[in-house]
Design a binder for this molecule. Structure first.
Ligand SMILES: [Zn+2]
Length: 543
């Protein structure tokens, strides 16, 4: 006979907000919580193969990041030039030249970078082909803006992509041209495909494995035990990635739990996923097939999020819907029909309104199938939009950390009036709309403590603005923790098996240096993740 527990976690301060009195120990068997209670409730027969003394540390359910791009994060981290901290064009040139030199990149090979943001430059001008040509005319260069909705390329890249004065972008994209009609090197939204399609996607199996595993390990260091990730557009062959993921899952080699968001831009993509044997909410060990992911508009920073009224100070610009309503309708219809749930990227009010109308049209279908459709980002809203969310039980997948950058630009983009229903997470929660937390990394850091901090303080990571940005929209600490734990589990139909410290659920924990409920809010972002545990097994210990 084995012991009653594989592991007994003792002397912990467990986050169990609905449990009175407080529990002190958790017994784990087969990766799941089988018993818990106060100190005096431990019985002599509660024997354990291993006893872990938590020494009064603070234990939370493992964090969930409900939307990011795991492989893109790793690829960027390991193989690309990071432009996030660049504050001038000169600095960009210097950094990239050094990168080419250090990595010894041969001429003809692509130089890929991302993270630049012209709002950080003195002149706030977009970097163009002429600037990038000064870096190199031998290497094709493609630098994506921090929002991933605009890219800047050099002449060599334009040449390889066959873009000249006669090229027109397909719908939902724009090739910027100078007064003489020549491309400036700036490509927006769908026009970026012209270049990205000549840059080869990731195709090597070993590279894919490396990117997934290293990404999961980095997430574990920050207490993330479940990640929802959208990676299929970045590989050359979706089937190969699916094979790699299945292999890792079957061997139990995924360090954390992974929920796949399946990017689709046309109905054929849905049929392809179907043919690959996928169906939303099926699982293989740590791997779960998630929803179809659709991108319906651009970003606020790039002024490509689709709005009902024009951008502030730019009366011609309403942003861009990346597909026609009819196409969106068809994608949504086909997804539900083929047993896929849905999550749609929407930032502007026009996009959200259109999507909610389509969701409403098919509500009988998704409700019957038990699906939980969501909108990812939900930045610029309105009273009507929030009412629709509530009425249709649509989940809001939000990134509180976006506030870190956006509080400085949002009013400039949409004016004061529209802000009343923008980034208004307090209103969402008060209306009973379920909010789940995510980071959209590598766009922003995936540190969930940053997300929780911004949600409760409404301040950026430097503590600005004083008093918080629209401080009336702040969340309380429990709400913010729930967004990054149990609510994320609800999104993936797993609220019965994980997301809180309860009997029968997976022993997925994050051990923190401080009590998030008691610490001064300003310090939440600095709390240390000491240990991360998935299914009762340690996957990270702070050295
Ligand atoms: Zn994303």
């Amino acid at each position: 006979m084995g012991k009653l527990f594989d592991k007994l976690f003792m002397n912990g301060n467990f986050f169990t907000p609905y449990q009175e009195p407080k529990i002190d120990f958790v017994g784990v068997k087969g990766g799941k919580i089988v018993k818990y209670g106060g100190k005096d409730e431990l019985k002599p027969y509660d024997d354990a193969a291993e006893i872990i003394d938590l020494k009064g540390k603070y234990v939370y359910p493992g964090f969930t990041d409900a939307h990011m791009h795991l492989m893109v994060y790793s690829q960027k981290n390991l193989y690309e030039v990071a432009l996030n901290d660049i504050t001038s064009k000169e600095a960009m040139m210097k950094k990239v030249k050094e990168f080419i030199h250090e990595k010894n990149i041969e001429s003809g090979e692509w130089i890929i970078g991302s993270g630049w943001n012209q709002d950080k430059f003195d002149d706030t001008e977009l970097p163009d082909r002429y600037l990038l040509d000064e870096i190199s005319k031998e290497h094709p260069i493609c630098f994506t803006r921090a929002c991933y909705h605009i890219c800047a390329v050099n002449s060599k890249a334009l040449q390889l992509a066959d873009i000249d004065e006669n090229t027109v972008s397909k719908n939902g994209g724009r090739i910027d041209k100078d007064t003489k009609g020549f491309p400036t090197g700036i490509l927006r939204e769908n026009a970026m495909e012209l270049v990205t399609k000549v840059i080869h996607g990731i195709k090597d199996k070993e590279r894919m494995k490396e990117l997934i595993i290293k990404g999961c390990e980095d997430l574990a260091k920050l207490g993330v035990t479940t990640v929802h990730t959208d990676d299929f557009p970045f590989v050359e062959d979706k089937e190969v990635l699916w094979e790699v993921l299945k292999e890792l899952a079957i061997k139990d080699a995924l360090p954390i739990r992974v929920v796949l968001q399946l990017r689709a831009t046309e109905v054929e993509d849905i049929y392809r996923y179907k043919k690959m044997g996928m169906q939303s909410w099926e699982r293989i060990n740590n791997l779960v097939v998630g929803p179809i992911k659709i991108i319906a508009d651009g970003s606020l920073g790039a002024m490509t999020a689709a709005l009902d009224k024009p951008y502030e100070g730019d009366i011609e610009n309403f942003g861009l819907m990346l597909m026609h309503e009819k196409e969106l309708d068809q994608l949504i219809y086909e997804s539900f029909k083929h047993n896929f749930d849905i999550g749609i990227h929407a930032i502007g009010d026009r996009t959200m309104r259109v999507i909610l109308e389509i969701y409403e049209k098919y509500q009988h279908v998704y409700k019957k199938k038990g699906f939980r459709p969501s909108i990812i980002h939900c930045q610029i809203g309105s009273k009507e939009i929030l009412d629709q969310f509530k009425k249709l039980s649509i989940i809001a997948n939000i990134q509180p950390i976006f506030l870190n950058t956006d509080w400085k630009i949002a009013e400039n983009r949409v004016g004061k009036e529209r802000l009343t229903y923008s980034y208004c997470w307090r209103k969402y929660i008060d209306m009973g709309i379920l909010c789940v937390g995510s980071s959209d990394a590598p766009i922003e850091s995936f540190n969930p403590l940053y997300g929780i901090y911004t949600a409760v303080t409404r301040k950026d990571l430097d503590g600005f603005p004083e008093g918080g940005w629209m401080p009336e929209e702040n969340l309380n600490i429990k709400e913010a923790i729930h967004m990054f734990t149990i609510n994320g589990s609800y999104l993936s139909h797993e609220e019965d098996i994980k997301g809180s410290i309860e009997i029968g659920k997976y022993a997925d924990f994050v051990v923190l240096s401080d009590d998030l409920c008691k610490i001064n809010k300003a310090y939440i972002k600095d709390v240390t993740v000491e240990e991360t545990i998935v299914g009762g097994e340690y996957i990270f210990k702070y050295a």
